[in-house]
Design a protein around this ligand. Structure first.
Ligand SMILES: [Fe+2]
Ligand SMILES: [Fe+2]
Length: 489
C-alpha cells in the first residue's frame, strides 16, 4: 500500500513501475544474460560496420553520421559489457556469437557493395531488429529486480532511435525504388536471418512479452526458403576487404590541393584575429581527414581491450564533430565551402604508407604538440579576440576535446613505450617520414595547387561588409614553402 497524503498516493517502488509490473516473472538472471549478450553482440558488430565504412564512404553526411553512430554503439556496448560482469558471469563470454544467423546478417551488411545496400542493411534491418529486441526485453524482464539492466536498455533505445531516425531519412534520400527492387532478394535474406535468429533465441525459453518475436521483421513476406538456404551468404561469400583509401563526394573538388598553408596565416602577427577565423573554420572542416585515418587504425588493430575501441571511437567522433564545427563556421559567414579545396592527402598518405601503430604515433605526436600555450589555447584566444563569437565558442570546446585526446593517446599509445619522450620521438620520426608528395601530385596532374585563399577571404569580407586587408589578401604560403609539421587536428 503506497503512502497517501492530501488524498493522493505517492508513486510506489521509487517510480520504477507498478506493483503489478513488479510481480512479472519473465526472465531469470541466466535468461537476462543471454539477452544482454545478444544486444551486446549486435552493438559491437554495428560499431565494427560503421567504423569499417567511414574512410571509403564518399558522402560527407554519411561519413560524419557513421562516426557518431559507431561511437554511440561503442558506448552502449560498454554499458552492456559492464552489466554482464555484474550478473555472476565471469568469464564473461562476450566474444561468443549468440547465433550464426546474427553473424551472417552482420557479415552481409559489412560486405555491402555500396552505400545503397549498406544503409538498407544497417537502418532497415539490423537497427530495427535490435530496437525490437530491446523493447521486448523491457516488456519481459522484472523492472524492479532487474532495474540496472532496464536503465541501460532504456538509454540504449533512446540513442538507437536517433540512429533509426537518421537512417530512415538517409534511405529515403539514397535508395530509389529500382535500387531497392534490385536488392529485394538480399533484403529478404537479411530479414530471414533476423527471423531465424529470433526464433532460435526464444525456442524453449521465455518469449518476449509481445509474444511476437517476428515483430522485428514485420515487413518480411512469407518465407519460401529452407533453413539451410537462409544461411547462404551473398556479399559476404567473399570476405570483406577494408578499403583504406579516403573517398569524397562531388562537393569536394581538387582534394590534392595543398596550395595554401593555413597555419602560416594563423601565426602571422600581421593579420587580424577576425580574418584568422576563416582559416580556423577551414582547419576545422579539413579535420574530416582525421576520422578517415582513425577509422583505419581502429579497423586494422585487433586484440586490444574493449576500452581501447571505445576511447578511440570517442576521439574519432570528436574529430568528425570538429569538421562539422568548421562546416557550421563557413555557413555562419555565408561562405560556400565546396568552392575551395578540402585537402585529403594527410589521411590518404598515412593510410597508404604506414602501419596502424605508426599512424597512431603520428596522431599522438601532433595532438601532444597542441598542448602548449601556442597550440589550442592560442586558437581559442584568436577566436575570442576575433569578435566572431562562434569561433571563440567552437575553439573553446575544440581545445577541451584535444586535451581529452592527448589523455587517450597517453593511455593507449604512450604506455606501450612507458616513456613520454620516447613516444614523442617515435611519433616525430614517423611524421618526418611522411613522403611529401607536393611536387609529385602536381607533376602527375592531380592538382595545380591553386591559391584559393583570396576568393574565400574576399567573400568573408563581403559578409562582414568590410574591405579586404591588402596584406591578408596577398597572403600565399604553401605547404611546400613551410614544413607541414604544423598540421593541426
Ligand atoms: Fe584530436
Ligand atoms: Fe580535432
Amino acid at each position: 500500500m503506497a503512502a497517501e497524503t492530501r488524498g493522493k498516493s505517492l508513486p510506489p517502488l521509487a517510480g520504477l513501475c507498478s506493483f503489478a509490473e513488479a510481480q512479472r516473472t519473465g526472465l531469470s538472471v541466466a535468461d537476462c544474460v543471454a539477452w544482454i549478450k545478444r544486444h551486446h553482440y549486435l552493438l559491437v558488430r554495428l560499431h565494427e560496420i560503421f567504423t569499417a565504412r567511414i574512410t571509403a564512404e564518399p558522402v560527407y553526411e554519411l561519413k560524419t553520421a557513421f562516426s557518431l553512430h559507431a561511437y554511440l554503439c561503442a558506448e552502449q556496448a560498454t554499458q552492456f559489457r559492464q552489466r554482464v560482469s555484474e550478473l555472476r558471469e565471469p568469464p564473461l563470454g562476450l566474444e561468443a556469437v549468440p547465433h550464426p544467423a546474427w553473424k551472417l546478417l552482420c557479415d552481409e551488411v559489412l560486405a555491402a557493395p555500396t552505400h545503397v545496400e549498406l544503409t538498407l542493411g544497417l537502418y532497415e534491418v539490423i537497427v530495427p531488429a535490435l530496437i525490437e529486441s530491446l523493447q521486448a526485453y523491457l516488456a519481459t524482464t522484472n523492472p524492479l529486480a532487474d532495474a540496472p539492466t532496464v536503465r541501460i536498455t532504456r538509454c540504449c533505445l533512446f540513442e538507437l532511435n536517433d540512429l533509426a531516425n537518421f537512417g530512415r531519412q538517409a534511405v529515403e534520400c539514397l535508395v530509389d525504388p529500382p535500387a531497392r527492387e534490385r536488392r529485394i532478394l538480399w533484403l529478404q535474406l537479411l530479414k530471414n536471418c533476423v527471423l531465424q535468429a529470433f526464433t532460435a533465441s526464444f525456442a524453449g525459453g521465455p518469449l518476449p512479452a509481445s509474444s511476437n518475436p517476428e515483430a522485428a521483421v514485420a515487413t518480411v513476406t512469407e518465407s519460401t526458403v529452407t533453413e539451410s538456404e537462409l544461411l547462404q551468404p551473398q556479399f559476404s561469400a567473399t570476405p570483406f576487404q577494408y578499403d583504406p583509401v579516403p573517398q569524397r563526394d562531388s562537393r569536394f573538388q581538387d582534394s590534392f590541393n595543398a596550395g595554401v598553408n593555413p597555419e602560416a596565416f594563423l601565426y602571422d602577427k600581421r593579420f587580424s584575429a577576425r580574418d584568422k577565423t576563416v582559416m580556423l573554420f577551414y582547419k576545422r572542416l579539413r579535420e574530416i581527414d582525421v576520422p578517415e585515418m582513425m577509422a583505419s587504425i581502429l579497423h586494422q588493430t585487433r586484440g586490444k581491450p574493449w576500452k581501447y575501441y571505445r576511447d578511440m571511437s570517442r576521439q574519432l567522433w570528436d574529430e568528425a564533430r570538429h569538421a562539422m564545427l568548421g562546416e557550421v563556421g563557413f555557413i555562419s559567414l555565408g561562405l560556400d565551402w565546396s568552392k575551395i579545396p578540402i585537402n585529403f592527402t594527410w589521411s590518404r598518405n598515412l593510410n597508404a604508407q604506414f602501419e596502424p601503430w605508426e599512424r597512431h604515433a603520428v596522431l599522438f605526436f601532433i595532438e601532444q604538440g597542441l598542448m602548449p600555450r601556442t597550440g589550442k589555447r592560442y586558437e581559442w584566444e584568436v577566436g575570442l579576440d576575433s569578435g566572431v563569437t562562434l569561433a571563440g565558442l567552437f575553439q573553446d570546446f575544440d581545445w577541451a576535446d584535444e586535451v581529452l585526446h592527448a589523455q587517450i593517446g597517453r593511455e593507449w599509445y604512450v604506455k606501450e613505450f612507458g616513456d613520454l619522450n620516447a613516444a614523442m620521438a617515435y611519433g616525430d620520426r614517423c611524421w618526418s617520414q611522411v613522403l611529401s608528395r607536393w611536387r609529385t601530385d602536381r607533376d602527375e596532374g592531380l592538382t595545380e595547387h591553386r591559391n584559393w585563399w583570396p576568393e574565400i577571404y574576399r567573400a568573408a569580407c563581403e559578409h562582414w561588409g568590410v574591405s579586404p586587408d591588402p596584406q591578408a589578401l596577398a597572403f600565399h604560403t604553401t605547404y611546400e614553402a613551410v614544413r607541414a609539421d604544423l598540421k593541426e587536428i
